[in-house]
Ligand binder design. Structure first.
Ligand SMILES: [Zn+2]
Length: 385
């Protein structure tokens, strides 16, 4: 196993950025420069980045982690720009290859588990989801036969067919239909309520028969994890949540987190996993994104990637812009597994985000990684009937 310590990269980065902080604060004293005037950019939308470039300079750009400084006063920014900028401390920022643990070794039963993952099934599910039509939640305002509605039904039927108790968690009435998350649940044995949650958003930005990578791929990955785990007993409850409205501001995941808070279920979550864009590959890198306090956990996830897949794991912080955020904000150890952003899908948020050209073996490796993580934290036994 290759063990390389890259922590020094982060330390050097923090030192570099804090030097920038001091040089800025020596000259300016306005409130928006508290923390050095560094902002995390909470969007990778190409149009947004082009607009933002007119108001800022890029200070750091690695993977999904982009930091800018403003070249105009914060208060003069348009609201839609301000909404996607978060003041950030250099000490929250981390983006480096995972630091691997030497304590872990390959377990035959986990190899057996991950060998059950089928790239062909993931491809077939993702293609079926991508071809449902227009999957933006806003389409529920336009037509009751939208791709969003069809995808909710497809996910609900699949989870039900696998034996999970399916809940339509509807949090918003649209003109033509309701906007819902689709959750599949299986209780653990006995009275221990500890639960592992797997999330992926089923909606897209709304181009017709598109959104294959973002995020039919992650939704198909969720269904494949549910299929493989249906063949195992686990000592944790399993909760698969295909979220809606992610592209409209993580709406479904926030609504689901609120529901879990109200019911006390949030306290039962042992940890959570998010998959968002898992099928574009150039260099084999998977980003494991979380917040600073869970970087050691993410490094351990990276170790699972090294042991059980061909992926090159990178760890990134802070978390932003997808369904892992509401659970991290609630204090649950959560990570996003996502394709490498440095050479990312050129069809991101475009009508050309189609199944062709995606890499389903790479997607299968991310599904294997997330199953190996569950096996590493939960006792799994093949189910016998
Ligand atoms: Zn997405």
């Amino acid at each position: 196993m290759r063990i390389i310590n890259h922590k020094y990269i982060s330390i050097a980065l923090a030192a570099f950025l804090s030097a920038q902080v001091f040089s800025v604060s020596a000259h300016t004293a306005s409130p928006e420069n508290a923390g050095g005037g560094l902002y995390l950019v909470e969007s990778q939308d190409p149009g947004f980045l082009e607009t933002l470039a007119g108001f800022s300079s890029v200070e750091y750009d690695r993977g999904r982690t982009r930091l800018v400084k403003l070249t105009v006063p914060y208060d003069s920014l348009p609201d839609e720009i301000r909404a996607k900028l978060r003041p950030v401390s250099p000490y929250e920022v981390y983006n480096a290859p995972a630091v691997l643990s030497q304590k872990e070794s390959i377990l035959p039963e986990v190899l057996t588990l991950v060998s059950k993952v089928s790239a062909d099934r993931i491809k077939a599910s993702a293609t079926a989801i991508a071809m449902t039509g227009k999957r933006s939640a806003a389409q529920l305002d336009v037509t009751s036969g939208s791709g969003n509605k069809r995808t909710m039904d497809l996910v609900a039927d699949t989870l039900k067919g696998l034996g999970y108790a399916v809940e339509r968690h509807c949090y918003k009435d649209r003109k033509m239909d309701k906007e819902c998350n689709i959750a599949g649940y299986r209780p653990g044995p006995g009275t221990d309520p500890k639960t592992v949650l797997v999330a992926a958003h089923l909606d897209s930005v709304g181009y017709d028969n598109a959104g294959a990578d973002d995020n039919a791929s992650g939704t198909a990955g969720l269904l494949e994890m549910a299929r493989v785990l249906a063949g195992y007993r686990s000592d944790h409850a399993l909760l698969f949540v295909a979220t809606n409205g992610e592209e409209n501001g993580i709406v479904g995941a926030y609504a689901y987190a609120k529901k879990l808070q109200a019911s006390g279920g949030m306290g039962n979550l042992a940890w959570a996993i998010n998959m968002d864009m898992i099928a574009w590959n150039r260099d084999g890198v998977v980003e494991i994104e979380t917040n600073k306090e869970f970087i050691a956990h993410a490094d351990w996830v990276g170790t699972m990637a090294k042991l059980y897949t061909r992926l090159q794991p990178h760890v990134a912080s802070p978390a932003w812009g997808s369904d892992h955020v509401p659970f991290l904000e609630a204090g649950v150890p959560t990570y996003l597994s996502i394709e490498h952003w440095e050479d990312h899908n050129p069809c991101y948020h475009k009508s050309c985000d189609k199944p062709e050209g995606l890499n389903w073996n790479f997607a299968a490796d991310i599904v294997k990684l997330n199953l190996a993580v569950i096996a590493g934290k939960t006792r799994l036994e093949p189910a016998r009937d």
